[in-house]
Design a protein around this ligand. Structure first.
Ligand SMILES: [Zn+2]
Ligand SMILES: [Zn+2]
Length: 350
């Protein structure tokens, strides 16, 4: 029996139920899931009443596992390969892809809907085109990225979303140059991954900013050279990342910048908010740039093996990001626990 965590309709708590998988079609693969991280986006899907997706919804989007079967024309992975399932896969056809900027693809690839509920046969909509809280999945083959078998699944799955969002912001969205000064506002899981990415990029000064002492300590352990309470004055920063949703974080980031600096919004902001900036003094006089990242703007087939190898070489500390492991049955409680986060990442092991 193949189980999946299904959010069947608005207002009904997600439940584990039996699902059916069709065989993978051309350019699709079937993957047995071994691990899936518990990310805020799934909580957002539930709390926003489906996040504009069609019901019923298959939750999860931070999965790693083993390829079980491949459809026609799939050559880059084979049954038995360890893979991470990326949700941010450039289409190759939109204006940005065609002009050579796949990191800003506006139109991510998706496979056909191959997963159904057993109870009524309804097609499931997987979160971010992937799903993940299920024993097995069928996804577009380009989403399946082969990783070294030495990387444990509980670490590999983090590369699907949270970790690569943060590290990718510092490595690829607004590439930090060696010797730069960096500030990271918000040292939760994504902010800590920004710190790891900035360290890998060779930043000289990395300032972690948060309100929680425990997180500031983690920031120092993971590569920050300074840790300061939110509100403390920070200046002369080349790259300032706001890893909190609130727009005030981005305003703070801009005000920290040195001449010519870049501020980058990493978190998903609430809707309908504006920025309170002095356009002359905060932006023009400082020659400031404001950027955003969508999931680290990764090109998965090249970037995720790079991050995996950096972890295996000890240049990234993925293990430190896994603070607890749970079973698939415990995922609904773990999603609820995201309201009062204690660790960095909870990972479901299947
Ligand atoms: Zn594209
Ligand atoms: Zn996520």
């Amino acid at each position: 029996m193949t189980r999946g965590l299904v959010y069947a309709e608005p207002g009904v708590a997600p439940q584990l139920e039996e699902i059916l998988l069709e065989d993978p079609g051309p350019n699709e693969v079937r993957v047995r899931v071994e691990a899936c991280g518990v990310c805020h986006t799934d909580l957002h899907v539930i709390e926003s009443g489906g996040w504009h997706m069609r019901f019923p919804i298959l939750l999860g989007h931070e999965a790693a596992g083993v390829v079980e079967a491949v459809g026609e024309a799939v050559t880059h992975v084979a049954p038995g390969d360890n893979v991470v399932i990326a949700w941010h896969v450039p289409c190759g056809e939109c204006r940005n892809c065609v002009r050579g900027d796949a990191r800003r693809c506006a139109n991510y690839l998706r496979g056909a809907r191959r997963m159904r509920r057993v109870v009524d046969g309804a097609q499931l909509s997987p979160v971010l085109r992937t799903g993940g809280f299920a024993d097995a999945l069928v996804v577009h083959a380009a989403c399946a990225v082969k990783l070294p078998a030495e990387l444990p699944f509980e670490q590999a799955c983090l590369l699907a979303c949270g970790f690569s969002t943060g590290a990718g912001a510092a490595l690829w969205s607004t590439p930090v140059q060696p010797g730069s000064s960096v500030a990271v506002i918000g040292c939760g899981g994504v902010g800590l991954a920004v710190i790891q990415g900035a360290r890998l990029a060779g930043a000289e000064r990395i300032v972690g900013v948060d309100t929680v002492t425990e997180r500031l300590e983690l920031a120092l352990e993971l590569g920050a050279t300074e840790a300061v309470e939110a509100g403390a004055e920070v200046r002369e920063i080349d790259f300032a990342f706001s890893a909190i949703g609130a727009p005030a974080g981005l305003v703070d980031a801009v005000r920290m910048l040195a001449y010519g600096g870049t501020a980058c919004l990493v978190g998903v902001p609430p809707s309908g908010r504006t920025l309170d900036l002095d356009v002359e003094m905060d932006l023009f006089a400082k020659h400031a740039t404001i950027a955003v990242t969508h999931g680290g703007d990764i090109v998965p087939q090249q970037d995720l093996p790079f991050l995996a190898n950096a972890a295996l070489e000890g240049k990234l500390d993925l293990q430190r990001f896994v603070t607890s492991t749970i079973s698939l049955e415990d995922v609904p409680d773990a999603l609820d626990a995201l309201h009062t986060p204690t660790g960095v990442r909870t990972v479901a092991l299947l």
